[in-house]
Design a protein around this ligand. Sequence first.
Ligand code: SF4
Ligand code: ZN
Ligand code: ZN
Length: 318
Amino acid sequence: MDTHPVKGLDLGICSNCGRRAPIYFRRYSGVKLCSTCFKEDFIKRVRRTISRYELLKYDDRILVAVSGGKDSLVLLKVLYEIEQDFPRSELLAALIDEGIDSYRLDCSRISREFANALNIELHELSFRDLYGFTLNEVVESGIAEKLKLHPCTICGVLRRKALVTAARRLGATVIATAHTLEDIVQTYLLNLLRGERNMRPIGLRRGAENVIPRVAPLRLTPQREIALYAYLEGIPFQLRSCPYTHESMRDEIRNFLTLYDYKYPGSLYAFLNTFEKILEKIPQSAEVNRCEICGEPTDRRICRACEIVLSIKDLLRN
Ligand code: SF4
Ligand code: ZN
Ligand code: ZN
């Protein structure tokens, strides 16, 4: 049996193989895992998530949304591993360049090199090409302020739309995003606190016609396990923060949930499972309303992305 690399630290042995020293303690289950078992278990959990929620089909053309951050590069790597067992599926990657100075250039280089190493082509689309402006221009010209929109709101809505455009151009049948357990619980809580009326499950495959589903294979994986997997696999990722990152309501919820889950391990899973059972009972309309401009699904006459693009272009012209 190996001894633990940290001298004098007695963590026992790996609960799975019973041979090697553990490097990870899963607080909610009491399981301790060595590095080899942790990596295997990490991939197994993503496999189980995909099959439990039927997120992917054996012949899907999967577009992975990469940003250069650790979550999305870990997702790309794990789906690459899983996809080896599904020869009829295909993996593609897309990176959206919002035009945020050197920050996005770094993300783009890291993502391209990582995707190339896995033999996956990275498709890059920019706000400039798609919408005719960059996020920097919108912020620096004062337009974001005039529209009373935080850069992250503009960025999030337009990036989401850009991904759908990328998926349509590439003939993808599904978009895989790197939303984690924490991201999904935070969004559910935020939606509740904001009084959102049209709440739908996040990151699950919905069957509406001509809508490219967005799935989140990491929806049951906590952040700290993603960080550890990235470290153990030597996955490079962008460490710099985006200059527009700001203290928001989401940060307050994130901090609260981190503390709460530390005190009561397993709370995030409990919330997610219970909340999604409640959501299942809310009847979802099978009818899909379409944006009058772009034709993508929306609850409004004109989708939020088209509305924002129109307002920005209007102000840029004047
Ligand atoms: Fe976009 Fe905001 Fe994220 Fe920066 S922090 S990449 S502006 S969503
Ligand atoms: Zn082990
Ligand atoms: Zn639209």
